[in-house]
Design a protein around this ligand. Sequence first.
Ligand SMILES: NC(=O)C1=CN([C@@H]2O[C@H](COP(=O)(O)OP(=O)(O)OC[C@H]3O[C@@H](n4cnc5c(N)ncnc54)[C@H](O)[C@@H]3O)[C@@H](O)[C@H]2O)C=CC1
Ligand SMILES: CC(C)CC(=O)C(=O)O
Ligand SMILES: [Mg+2]
Length: 358
Amino acid sequence: MDLNICVLPGDGIGPEIIEQAVVVLEKVCEKFGHKLSLDEAQIGGVAIDAHNTPLPQATIDKCLASDAVLMGAIGGPKWDKIDKSIRPERGLLGIRKALGLYANLRPAKLWDELKDASFLKDSVIGDGLDIMVVRELIGGIYFGEPRGEGVDENGERYAYNTMVYKESEVKRIVKLAFEIARKRGSKLHSVEKANVLDVSQLWNEVAEEVSKDYSDVDYHTMYVDNCAMQLVRNPGQFDTIVTGNLFGDIISDEASMITGSIGMLPSASIGDGKVSLFEPIHGSAPDITGTGKANPLATILSVSMMLRYSFDLDAEADLIEATVAKVLAEGYRTADIMEDGKECLSCSEMGALVASKL
Ligand SMILES: NC(=O)C1=CN([C@@H]2O[C@H](COP(=O)(O)OP(=O)(O)OC[C@H]3O[C@@H](n4cnc5c(N)ncnc54)[C@H](O)[C@@H]3O)[C@@H](O)[C@H]2O)C=CC1
Ligand SMILES: CC(C)CC(=O)C(=O)O
Ligand SMILES: [Mg+2]
């Protein structure tokens, strides 16, 4: 098969983790006889430095011309004080919107081999944890209009954003989440803040309507503040969670910690178009950039999601996941999942090890 991948390394640890993910992707393609073509484009801070915009049109064009996009991470202190209309994060929001990627799938799974790295007690972990967070990705408060800032008549500064969802936007993400839940544990929690927000009340009404077509799926609603607490208190009660853009961003970072490290969580961003985007859920980790401490496994597992979702290459995806499990079972760890003071692998050593064991 021909695989035309557009790679967006981005900023901070982005290029470091992408380099290792590409090593693994190349090895898998070589092993299974696939023809891999890689194209690279700029996004985020590097694009601002080169073109004064976090998302050059050439990047959108390259992504649209590819079969799938593999991204590292964007952002960093260098660009934190920049005009907010061109912040690196705008580039990421922009590419998600340009590709119509309305669903972000974030599988928070506790690898058996990593039980010792979880911050939760064995009694809370139970038989294991496997939660799929389905996050709406191109609506809600990250995109809502109006947004802005000003100074009122008393000279006090203010700023505002708008959380808005249309019925059609809720319907498509909830429907997708029900389909996903049906193929997993047949249990879905819709997470919102309907006791306060009008937008969440609409979300609930629409989700309730959609649920009528999925009577085989055990459907629940939960307020997001309770969900944040329950994820730590009793994470085993969750199978699939569907939620909006902001809540999904936050609770998936939280869910990552029940599984050991944010450096372990991959994601797939998908829509109705041909091109999907795959990226770790974490950011550019400026605090460890250049130290070799970044865990590349979330990005390597994003490659696995890419092979599965964009190319239906299940055997290849399974091989990557099994190899990651094997490496972990043999005791190899990057610093984020290793007990303090013990010897661990660098980012490039972990990437090379996974590739060598494929
Ligand atoms: N998808 C993206 O590109 C995202 C970008 N960001 C941007 O990243 C920058 C830093 O944001 P933070 O809030 O610090 O979030 P972050 O996810 O970059 O880092 C949070 C903490 O997790 C650690 N961490 C993250 N990835 C890791 C990995 N692979 N291995 C080991 N440790 C890892 C970091 O060292 C840090 O201590 C900001 O500019 C932010 O806007 C944040 C989230 C997502
Ligand atoms: C625009 C991004 C920085 C939002 C985010 O944190 C994420 O998608 O995980
Ligand atoms: Mg985030």
